[in-house]
Write a protein that binds this ligand. Structure first.
Ligand SMILES: Nc1ncnc2c1ncn2[C@@H]1O[C@H](COP(=O)(O)OP(=O)(O)OP(=O)(O)O)[C@@H](O)[C@H]1O
Ligand SMILES: [Mg+2]
Length: 226
């Protein structure tokens, strides 16, 4: 198989039929040997982290596909820690979409004059550019259009899908008494018609989850869900 990309936590290969294979590695992001899901560098290796991330990803993508929301997901092989997906074209060099249900993290740091940490938010959506050198800057819908990254129509679709997907993830977590504070998604253009679709993964490292006000670590989340 042809190697398309060596990522920090996943490698991407092209299969003979044109689909992509994502290999979930045991490398996790962090700084100075301490696990930090938000970090932009690989910090350490945790045995089983790849499979745990894939199990959650498979679980959520199957629910999202079943709800009729377009994704890249085809199937997953837990044993091999691989997932077969449809190849996506990035918006620019890639965007990340953050959906917030509580005022924590960078939202609270930015807007602390107007909210208290932990205040409820009604599904607030933000888009950032994947740009490690510039710490993934925030961008507006106007900025995305002006810089030729995505059209206004694509932006609207992406926001709508984000809110629908968020409700699905939030609902599944709530079944286990877990509360979703915020979550990060990636979207791309998929298929011959270049439709907007959810790509990448949905695992513990992509979200902040709490139980009774206590933060749940990504690997612990997988144990609590299954
Ligand atoms: N269907 C897809 N088609 C093409 N690329 C994809 C698809 N799904 C995910 N990707 C890309 O595969 C890469 C997986 O690598 P990985 O998760 O290790 O992230 P990264 O790019 O190294 O870093 P980060 O997650 O911090 O941005 C990401 O760049 C992601 O955007
Ligand atoms: Mg990634």
């Amino acid at each position: 198989m042809e190697t398309v990309y060596i990522g920090k936590t996943k490698d991407v290969y092209r299969k003979e039929d044109g689909n992509f294979l994502l290999k979930f590695k045991d490398d996790v992001t962090g700084t100075d040997g301490v696990f930090d899901p938000g970090a932009n560098t690989v910090g350490l290796t945790i045995e089983g982290a790849g499979q745990a991330g894939l199990r959650l990803t498979q679980f959520f993508f199957e629910k999202i596909n079943a709800a009729g929301i377009p994704t890249h997901y085809i199937d997953a092989d837990i044993e091999q820690a691989t997932m077969t997906v449809k190849p996506a074209q990035m918006f620019g060099e890639g965007v990340e979409v953050i959906l917030r249900y509580r005022a924590v993290g960078s939202f609270h740091r930015r807007y602390a004059k107007y909210c208290n940490e932990g205040d409820a938010l009604a599904g607030y959506v933000e888009v950032t550019l994947k740009d490690d050198d510039r710490n993934d800057p925030l961008i507006t819908a106007d900025g995305l259009e002006m810089l030729g990254i995505m059209t206004k129509q694509e932006y609207q679709t992406l926001v709508e899908f984000t809110k629908q997907i968020g409700e699905i993830v939030k609902g599944e977590l709530a079944k286990k008494e877990l509360e979703l504070y915020d979550i990060k998604f990636e979207f791309g253009r998929v298929g011959e018609d270049n439709h907007v679709a959810l790509i990448d993964e949905i695992s513990g490292g992509n979200m902040r989850v709490y139980r009774n006000g206590e933060y749940i670590e990504p690997l612990q989340l997988e144990k609590l869900m299954f």
